[in-house]
Design a binder for this molecule. Structure first.
Ligand SMILES: [Zn+2]
Length: 82
């Protein structure tokens, strides 16, 4: 357990040192990696459109049936019956 923790600690320190070297090489000040886009607070993850009701939902919550994307099982079923 302690050995594992030390390994992670050493890896973290090494990464920090390398990162500092890279930064000094390029001579750029610290800046956020990406400019924060405006809009919803739920920024991470892809958003997909339901083919049944045109609702936009996070991809991880989407229901995929026969290669088509839906917001819920109910939408997938009702679309299949239509
Ligand atoms: Zn839907």
């Amino acid at each position: 357990m302690i050995v594992r923790f030390l390994q992670i600690l050493v890896a973290f320190v090494v990464v920090r040192i390398l990162w500092g070297l890279v930064r000094s090489l390029f001579g750029k000040p610290a800046s956020p990696p990406r400019a924060a886009p405006t809009g919803a607070t739920e920024q991470r993850g892809e958003v997909v459109r339901c083919e049944g009701c045109d609702l936009h939902i996070p991809k991880e919550r989407a229901v995929v049936r026969d290669g088509r994307t839906f917001c819920s099982d109910a939408c997938a079923v009702s679309d299949a019956e239509a």
